[in-house]
Design a protein around this ligand. Structure first.
Ligand code: DGJ
Length: 719
């Protein structure tokens, strides 16, 4: 059983963790414990009632009669403005009379098997046979007529708990939600640090740590998009926790719009984490009888550092967030022409690139930006999602049939959420644009934003995208989004926009179950769990320079499974330069994820073509392990000179090594493997290796004079 309730406590148990909630004074849901699993039933009530320090009663609110226990020392699961705590609350509501003070009391609970889907939002799901249970705690502000249901779903075998909150207005007046967070957790976390992932365009996935002194740290996006600047993720870690050691408490938000993760350490040593939709320019009018469902947060605890944390996320997101037939299928190796041609291409050029791709063994040709609308010099009529007749005089099907004959599938690019002022769509429907009264809408990348909260916009996109997908045998869609929200007509529109995007994606992914959808937003500008629910892979970054990519993929792997990150060998100067083989390094980095090419292969020399053909063969032999095995970051490009990535499946181990600088007469680089079966024996290049030896003694990687030297070592299990 994943959840059991005692008198006034709820014990949530996964395979390795316990999470305990108490109800204090029939009012406050307290956070009593989260960490390693308790071996037997424990009663933590006394713990909550222990006096902590002499406190000044004028400054801190007292909660028991003998006046020794203070609310300030309590760890909360839900908090409101007016509870006397002064930490940022879970809920900040404004009532019809202008008051912003709430007073909730606990009303009861329900436990049930499985998990219900939050309406209109992406979420982790349970499948038949999964050990999953849900606890709902009900609280109510009787005077105000506002209810909240706090949901906790426990995925026992996945070692994960998800949380969300749902508000219901039972009064006859509108309530304004100024901030409605999905989850609040208060910790005793002295000296902890906060891991977060930041960056920018072409610099996604930067790993940073912030020391949590008596500070307030806010990781957020106000862009209407999760963004390349901040991942909707943070992990609170013991000061000395590392890749393999120490306690880590991680939060990943399943949402693609503006978000915030706040960490706040107060004067008495309580550390609060709040996760939810960003309150920046947010105010949700909750009318009579309406509910507001917050997106969900995935909570992961690891007692073995961030490596284990990541593997828990990978396993869950691969199997119970991503959906569709591609969830468990190996992903095709792609040839995309974008880096080689941009939007200015002719059909013959694409066919030549595709033919070379087919010849070296690639499996999917992706036609990127530039194929749509009326052909006019210098115009890119985004929004006109029909095939450009000048570029494709014989129609799209002709091109697709040719690609199919060569043995490859055909994929196509769309950017459905935007519109160009030159498009027919804009001329016909200027009112479909996102607009603030009294201000001209801002163009970004020569685009305006469609207001996806409008049902007519959603319908137009479903119809036009469907028309294209129905016109030929199209097996893949790249869904791009190259701008952010600037202006909105009101404070609800940012969230409504993303709900509209989710609705359209829901319809299209259901209508085209055999199409592989890939998310993109100028690279990883909207690489988040919300998008992975609809599209099982994301274009990780527009930056394809190998050593930058190494960091980007390494950073994104903190949260996202390797198979969800697409990585291509980009347009590089591929002169087979023996001293510094960029083609090899680019291929090794890309093979460390969901592999493909983005170049004009016809421009490669014969020797280079043989080289890339070899990479395709190698990747085919390791693809199962790389895409679906367990991933171990053995050393980090953020911290060390050399990087090593290891992938482990039942019968194979793959190791990639990357040497950043020339290391003549360097120190020995001995790599200690992780996660192997100690009794197994592996074969690599004619030699046998014991799993135990690889883990205890390690494997020696030759270091040399070459800058950016990289290798792929394959170990196949023989015993
Ligand atoms: C940004 C994407 O990241 C690129 O891969 C490419 O699809 C362009 N957009 C096309 O406009």
């Amino acid at each position: 059983m994943a959840i059991y309730a005692t008198d006034r406590q709820f014990h949530l148990q996964t395979k390795n963790t316990s999470y305990i909630i108490g109800i204090y004074h029939q009012k406050y849901p307290l956070h009593l414990y989260w960490g390693g699993r308790f071996l037997k039933e424990v009663n933590l009530e006394y713990f909550a009632e222990e006096p902590v320090a002499d406190r000044a009663a004028g400054i801190h609110s007292v909660v028991n009669e003998d006046k020794h226990v203070f609310l300030t020392d309590m760890s909360m699961e839900f908090s409101v403005l007016g509870d006397g705590l002064y930490r940022t609350p879970t809920l900040h509501a404004k009532y019809a009379d202008g008051s912003t003070v709430s007073d909730f009391i606990y009303k009861g609970y329900k436990i049930y098997d499985g998990k219900s889907k939050p309406c209109g939002l992406p979420a982790v799901y349970a499948e038949a046979g999964d050990k999953v249970q849900t606890l709902e705690l009900y609280l109510e502000d009787e005077a105000r007529g506002l209810k909240v249901c706090l949901s906790y779903s426990v995925f026992e075998d996945f070692d994960v708990i998800t949380r969300s909150a749902c508000y219901e207005n039972i009064s006859d007046k509108t309530v304004e939600l100024l901030s409605a967070q999905s989850a609040t957790v208060d910790f005793y976390a002295p000296g902890y640090k906060l891991l977060h992932i930041c960056g920018d365009w072409c610099r996604e996935g930067s790993v940073e740590y912030a020391k949590l002194d008596h500070t307030h740290i806010c990781i957020d996006s106000k862009r209407g998009s999760s963004s390349a600047m901040a991942q909707p993720f943070a992990a609170l870690m013991e000061a000395d926790a590392s890749e393999t050691h120490g306690k880590v408490y991680a939060f990943s938000f399943v949402y693609s719009g503006s978000f915030q993760i706040e960490a706040e350490r107060d004067s008495v040593g309580q550390t609060r984490i709040n996760v939810g939709i960003s309150p920046f320019d947010f105010c949700w009018s909750l009318k009579e009888k309406e509910t507001f469902q917050t997106p969900e947060v995935v909570l992961v605890y690891s007692n073995q550092g961030i490596g284990k944390m990541s593997r828990i996320f990978h396993n869950l997101y691969r199997k119970r967030l991503c959906r569709g037939i591609y969830r468990d299928k190996v992903r095709p190796m792609v040839i995309n022409h974008w880096d080689a041609t941009g939007v200015n291409f002719a059909e013959e050029q694409l066919i030549r690139i595709a033919d070379f791709g087919a010849d070296i063994g690639l499996e999917l040709f992706v036609m990127d930006d530039g194929w749509f609308g009326d052909a006019r010099e210098g115009v890119r009529p985004l929004g006109d999602w029909f095939v450009n007749k000048k570029k494709f005089p014989n129609g799209l099907k002709n091109m697709v049939d040719h690609i199919n004959k060569s043995g490859m599938g055909f994929g196509i690019w769309f950017e459905p959420e935007v519109v160009s002022p030159e498009s027919h769509l804009y001329q016909d429907h200027p009112e479909w644009c996102m607009k603030a009264p009294g201000k001209e809408s801002t163009q970004m990348f020569y685009q305006l934003l469609l207001d996806f909260s409008l049902p007519e916009v959603q319908e137009y996109i479903v119809d036009t995208v469907s028309n294209v997908l129905d016109s030929a045998d199209i097996v893949y869609v790249k869904w791009d989004f190259n701008r952010n929200i600037v202006e909105t007509k009101n404070q609800m529109q940012r969230h409504k926009y993303i709900l509209g995007v989710y609705r359209v994606l829901d319809i299209l992914t259901e209508k085209y179950p055999n199409v592989l959808f890939e998310g993109c937003s100028s690279g990883g500008g909207r690489f988040d769990p919300g998008m992975l629910y609809y599209m099982p892979q994301t274009w990780t970054s527009d930056n394809q320079q190998a050593m930058s990519r190494l960091k980007i993929q390494h950073g994104m792997s903190m949260i996202y499974p390797v198979v969800s990150m697409t990585a291509h060998v980009g347009q590089i100067d591929c002169g087979v330069d023996k001293y510094n083989n960029q083609l090899n390094t680019a291929a090794m980095v890309a093979m460390g994820a969901n592999f493909g090419f983005e170049m004009d292969l016809s421009r490669l020399s014969k020797a280079e073509l043989e080289q890339v053909r070899k990479y395709v063969q190698i990747y085919r032999s390791i693809r199962d392990t790389v895409q679906f095995g367990d991933f171990y970051r053995l050393s980090s490009p953020f911290e060390e000179e050399n990087t090593a990535w290891e992938y482990v499946s039942e019968n194979q181990v793959v190791l990639f090594t990357f040497q950043k600088s020339s290391q003549v007469n360097g120190e020995e680089w001995r790599i200690l493997f992780q996660g192997l079966d100690e009794t197994a024996v592996y074969e690599s290049e004619g030699k046998e290796y014991d799993g135990e030896v690889l883990m205890k003694l390690g494997y020696r990687v030759l270091l040399g004079a070459f800058v950016n030297e990289s290798h792929c070592f394959i170990f196949n299990r023989v015993k």
